[in-house]
Design a protein around this ligand. Structure first.
Ligand SMILES: Nc1ncnc2c1ncn2[C@@H]1O[C@H](COP(=O)(O)OP(=O)(O)O)[C@@H](O)[C@H]1O
Ligand SMILES: O=C(O)C1=C[C@@H](OP(=O)(O)O)[C@@H](O)[C@H](O)C1
Ligand SMILES: [Mg+2]
Length: 180
């Protein structure tokens, strides 16, 4: 059953999920979980170490496990890693459990925000080329979200305001998780 007060942020790397999620949880006085931070806490290893040791698939297994544990229906804000949408089982679970907000940003804005990024193993090497390729590979994968927010040119506070306005609106809509 979908919970209206379980807000899940998805989106490509650098769209601001972790940062906006923290500010949103503070504003709404809801608990916050970032799946990447939870993976690091549980394993005692950095995301980059996990990629090195277990490869991307090993990391995705951990990510799916943690997502299942985190999405137990408890109210809160959950922020995810950009690749969580690669597994259909994760997409199904997020859609069914919470209110899913997709953050977007232009490629240039993503590159500006990710300049100097150190712990994103998928961006090692030529960041511009990696971002462009991954954006292409993942095109459409964030579109299942209940709402979409283009954060290009917006401050974190403005993005939080926008999500809060959309959430108020949402409260008056029928619960789309129920079959009609
Ligand atoms: N709306 C925004 N405007 C400007 N900078 C932002 C915004 N949202 C996030 N950032 C910055 O971009 C970088 C990446 O943000 P982060 O929250 O880690 O993104 P994600 O979790 O989606 O990868 C951080 O340095 C953060 O401070
Ligand atoms: O897009 C991805 O595949 C990834 C995004 C990262 O999280 P952010 O989106 O928070 O940067 C992190 O989960 C890992 O480096 C892989
Ligand atoms: Mg993040």
């Amino acid at each position: 059953m979908r919970q209206r007060n379980l807000i899940i942020l998805i989106g490509f790397m650098g769209t601001g999920k972790t940062t906006v999620g923290k500010a949103l949880a503070d504003r709404l006085k809801l608990p916050l979980t970032d799946t990447d931070q939870e993976i690091e806490r549980k394993t005692g290893k950095r995301i980059s170490e996990l990629f090195r040791e277990f490869g991307e698939e090993g990391f995705r297994d951990l990510e799916s496990q943690v997502l299942k544990q985190v999405l137990d229906g408890t109210p809160g804000v959950v922020t995810t890693g950009g690749g969580v949408v690669l597994r259909p089982e994760n997409v199904r679970l997020m859609k069914e459990t919470g209110w899913v907000v997709a953050l977007h940003a232009s490629e240039e804005e993503i590159l500006r925000r990710l300049a100097g990024t150190a712990d994103r193993p998928l961006l090692l090497g030529d960041v511009r080329q990696r971002v462009s390729r991954l954006l292409n590979e993942r095109r459409g994968l964030y579109d299942f979200a209940h709402v979409r927010v283009d954060t290009t040119g917006m401050t974190v506070a403005e993005v939080v305001d926008k999500i809060c306005r959309l959430a108020e609106n949402e409260a008056f809509k029928p619960d789309r998780s129920r079959p009609s």
